[in-house]
Design a protein around this ligand. Structure first.
Ligand SMILES: [Zn+2]
Length: 353
């Protein structure tokens, strides 16, 4: 009997709710039940206005209210529009909440907007870039944040024959990684899709800069997310080509890297200045913070050594490969950061210095 009255109750009270549905194209009420909340519209929006002149005392005000309890939000749902969320209230009602659109120029997410690969500006060469460009890094509205708290463990330089195009910060495992500036997430990709970078996030900023955050244990943002400087985007780890937990942090403009220490003083945990003049010669791996512009220009004329990459075939030995390329086992091991006793795998790529 109890069950029957419950069913009767549902039929009597639930049906009128669906009948009020303002979306006429939805004819089947059963379908509406299963696609809640997108088709059930409760439009009770409570607006509390302080209008003392209209009421002589508070008691009248309470009597005039049809409902005594204030609905409390308890969850939010995403919609297909990333700037629109659904807020669910504990009384079963809900409403749309529009997030303010980011204060980012359109071109930022139109030009070279590649979300499935780390590097987007594959067709831009250093020679195509202006001699210098003035960048505003932060102002009274847009802040900055150190990307991770840890000592500098490796700088922007040519390292063992490789271009190390960022800095390594010894952030402890699991500690937060922060957005350095306000921006939009272009890339948030897992280690299996990024090779050496591991779990990586790339943010694009309104001034055209991009910041890269590599080797994370996990990231908690996704492509198109808007972030503010200081937002946590993930946690430090050792994914990808990494020998221990650290943050690999890069700064790039139109795909070209330059020394992040030109922007941040990582030892002091400070931004060097609110504006930054980026010069073309900074894009060389030999150009770094601490040099005078003259020294940087001279350094930038050096050409990094070209390496041959060799793919290991069946029957290959380190000695055989070294002999074939007129080099030594020691040099190959140093360039590839491997032990001389390492067993080679077929298909493995080796840098031949
Ligand atoms: Zn690194």
């Amino acid at each position: 009997m109890k069950r029957l009255s419950l069913i009767l109750f549902i039929i009597l009270f639930a049906l009128p709710v669906f009948a009020q549905d303002p979306q006429p194209e939805e004819k089947c009420w059963l379908r509406r039940i299963f696609s809640w909340p997108t088709t059930v519209v409760h439009d009770t929006i409570y607006i509390y206005v302080d209008e003392e002149d209209d009421y002589d005392d508070d008691e009248d005000m309470v009597e005039n209210e049809s409902s005594g309890s204030i609905p409390m939000p308890f969850d939010t749902l995403n919609t297909v529009d990333k700037y629109r969320k659904v807020i669910l209230f504990d009384n079963g009602s809900w409403l749309y909440f529009d997030i303010p659109k980011p204060d980012l120029p359109d071109f930022i997410s139109n030009d070279h907007w590649m979300t499935d690969q780390v590097h987007a500006y594959y067709d831009v060469n250093v020679k195509d870039l202006p001699e210098e460009v003035d960048l505003i890094l932060c102002d009274s509205v847009h802040g900055w944040h150190i990307p991770g708290f840890g000592r500098m463990v490796s700088t922007y330089k040519l390292r063992k024959g490789h271009k190390h195009q960022g800095v390594d910060l010894g952030v402890p495992f699991g500690e937060p990684i922060y957005a350095a500036f306000d921006g939009i997430v272009r890339v948030a990709l897992p280690t299996k899709l990024t090779g050496g970078y591991g779990n990586v996030v790339v943010l694009r900023h309104a001034n055209g800069l991009e910041t890269y955050y590599g080797h994370m244990s996990q990231y908690i943002v996704e492509t198109d997310d808007i972030v503010k400087a200081g937002d946590i985007i993930g946690y430090c780890g050792s994914t990808g080509r990494s020998t221990g937990p650290h943050l690999h942090f890069e700064t790039r403009y139109m795909g070209q890297s330059f020394d992040p220490e030109r922007i941040f003083d990582f030892e002091k945990g400070a931004l060097r200045d609110t504006t930054f003049t980026l010069k073309k010669h900074y894009f060389s791996i030999y150009s770094h913070e601490g040099q005078s512009d003259k020294e940087s220009e001279v350094a930038a004329t050096q050409v990094p050594p070209k390496h041959v990459t060799y793919t290991v075939k069946k029957g290959d030995t380190l000695g055989g490969i070294a002999k074939k390329h007129h080099t030594t086992v020691k040099k190959i091991c140093k360039a590839n950061n491997i032990s001389e006793k390492k067993t080679l795998k077929i298909g493995q790529k080796l840098i031949i210095p």
